[in-house]
Design a protein around this ligand. Structure first.
Ligand SMILES: C[S@@+](CC[C@H](N)C(=O)[O-])C[C@H]1O[C@@H](n2cnc3c(N)ncnc32)[C@H](O)[C@@H]1O
Length: 249
């Protein structure tokens, strides 16, 4: 199994879903309505947007141009279709590229949004890549899998060592952000119920329909995903997605 086959199986398993990672529209709307200090018509980007769960909310809220970046054309095509359906397409520009290698003008983003995607570059790697894009006092809202405790149970630590070796506590990530010239405005935890309602439960239906697949890579991805769900069922009080609200300083 090579990396490309793995990503293709992962994309296929998430096809047609409203979201490709844990999140919650109402929770995000709440965050957006509490942001302070943005200019009148903010320049906005959604990094690793997938099929656009966040992008559509940003367009609905700000009704201004949103640059939606992902390296999967399949997900961006889904976003284009949904944007048309919701009559938000005039605000959304889908950009197929590597979010770690963006060559936009420095200081050209007032609001950078990224849900469930920064880990691909590592939290620190993502902040480092995106910091030069941020306008002075620009806001970044980035979700990242984080420990809620310094005393995570051993089986959870073992799993993370293998599957998510860069996971840190919220205070650890806050230190990373500060060192990269962001002020930490707030850290908000996505409720564990939202993981199931808006991500895992719909994903379970896709898993069922792919279970008969003869593709061995798909079987690996299904197996990993089911293990991930079992882990979350058992240990959700110790880790989860934290949304880091950061200001470029
Ligand atoms: C867990 S999904 C999150 C998608 C979306 N933000 C959401 O919350 O539904 C991560 C996304 O990052 C994209 N991605 C992974 N590596 C990338 C890269 N280097 N550049 C751009 N997008 C990338 C994937 O295609 C996928 O859509």
């Amino acid at each position: 199994m090579n990396e490309e086959e793995y990503f293709q199986a992962l994309i296929a398993l998430h096809q047609g879903l409203e979201r490709q990672g844990p999140g919650d529209k109402e929770f995000s709307r709440q965050i957006l309505s509490n942001l302070e200090g943005l200019p009148e018509n903010p320049q906005i980007a959604d990094m690793g947007c997938g099929a656009g769960a966040g992008t559509l909310l940003l367009a609905e809220k700000f009704r201004t141009n949103i640059r939606a970046v992902d390296f999967s054309r399949d997900f961006l095509d889904e976003l284009d279709v949904r944007a048309k359906q919701e009559e938000l397409d005039q605000f959304i520009e889908t950009i197929e590229c590597d979010m770690g290698k963006i060559n936009w003008a420095p200081k050209s983003v007032d609001l950078l949004w990224s849900e469930g995607a920064a880990y691909i570059l590592t939290f620190g790697g993502a902040l480092k890549a995106w910091r030069p894009l941020m306008a002075d006092n620009g806001i970044a809202v980035i979700s990242e899998l984080s420990y809620f405790t310094d005393k995570a149970p051993e089986p959870l630590k073992e799993y993370m060592k293998k599957m998510y070796p860069t996971i840190k506590s919220e205070s650890g990530n806050a230190e990373v952000a500060k060192a990269l010239h962001f002020e930490v405005v707030d850290i908000l935890r996505l409720p564990s119920r939202s993981w199931w309602t808006y991500y895992y439960d719909p994903l379970k239906e896709n898993i069922e329909s792919q279970k008969g697949s003869k593709d061995p890579t798909m079987q690996v991805v299904i197996d990993e995903t089911e293990k991930e769900m079992q882990l979350f069922e058992k240990y959700a009080e110790f880790y989860g997605y934290s949304f880091y609200i950061l200001k470029a300083k």
